[in-house]
Design a protein around this ligand. Sequence first.
Ligand code: FAD
Length: 389
Amino acid sequence: MDQPLITQERHVEIREEVRKLCARFPGEYWRKLDEVRGYPTEFVRALTEAGYLSALIPEEYGGSGLGLSAAGAILETVHAEGCNGAACHAQMYIMGTILRHGSEQQKQAYLPKIASGELRLQAFGVTEPTSGTDTTSLRTFARREGDRYVVNGQKIWTSRAEHSDLMLLLARTTARNEVRRKTDGLSTFIVDMRETLGRGLTIRPIRTMMNHNSCEVFFDNMQVPAANLVGEEGRGFRYILDGMNAERLLIASECIGDAKWFTAKSVAYVKDRHVFGRPIGQNQGVQFPIARAYAQMRAAELLVRAGCEKFEAGQPCGEEANMAKMLAADASWAAAEACLQSHGGFGFAEEYDVERKYRETRLYQVAPISTNLVLSYIAEHVLGMPRSY
Ligand SMILES: Cc1cc2nc3c(=O)[nH]c(=O)nc-3n(C[C@H](O)[C@H](O)[C@H](O)COP(=O)(O)OP(=O)(O)OC[C@H]3O[C@@H](n4cnc5c(N)ncnc54)[C@H](O)[C@@H]3O)c2cc1C
């Protein structure tokens, strides 16, 4: 393809600027980090300094006050350029819980510092080893004692915990058998990990198939000031759910970016690689998987756009956000498969970056929500079929 695979007309300038920033972080940079499972500190600093990670923070709190589609354009471009937003994407949406449900004092205390980069809010502690997707069964318990909460329990897959100052934590504050609905009795806290690390908080990294800086996190009588409770005690599950549509649409944007990267890479390679005296891209068997994945990506992209428009208009967008996440993840996976296959043996060589991106994009079939759970959402909440779990 002679034209770059940019199909959305919106936020053209942002895309152009992000593209220039990403050019400073080529494949070699990511490859070296991948080898040692290192954190892309310089890349995250560059995004922070350029104001991209505070895109969704309103101007009155020091951010750029942009809409979700602009944030999506930033992350999509990061991925389309071969970089990886997973090192910092959560900061864009986790702060939404503080913005929507925090007190004015909390917003003043945290948001401007997050916007400037003085404070990092990269860690999101929801998933636990025993409860998995069944979030309301989580066991981490925060017991009120005077002006503080004492937290005991464990989280898993808490990404970026070692590279964050703050963690947004979901914990039980009332036992499950003492609440009317299982979604009650959960609360959300801002944990200052600079104060608690080594004092009740232990972080243990987990080595995974891709470089994602995920961790296990243990709480042993960790103390959190009561002032760090977000909103009302017992309503935390709703606050977390509230932010999930934004999360899904942003992750979907990353998948669209990945699909564009894989497709551009595939097209360039198959036009250039000659076998049997002609470009391999002249064979329909090579062309079709690439073309199919491109069509899937374009369809998913429309849904991402529709979801962002509804989100920005303050309308319910659960249907679009869930479907966009699933279809964009499917499109990026199809594009990854086509790319690896069309590269033949070279697809497995690290220097082509294909195998790295292939490992990275596979995650989005499982996290932050797995495909089955998206399908269950559509079946139950969109189509009205009985709840299956
Ligand atoms: C690299 C990585 C980073 C992550 N980062 C974070 C993070 O920062 N913070 C955080 O809180 N979490 C994080 N997660 C956790 C992630 O959100 C979960 O892994 C994901 O939601 C799936 O939960 P689980 O792993 O417990 O799988 P399980 O809930 O055990 O599910 C396993 C499989 O069974 C299927 N399944 C389960 N129940 C049903 C059902 N009722 N019907 C049909 N299928 C079902 C699922 O679809 C899945 O495929 C991360 C995970 C990974 C791998």
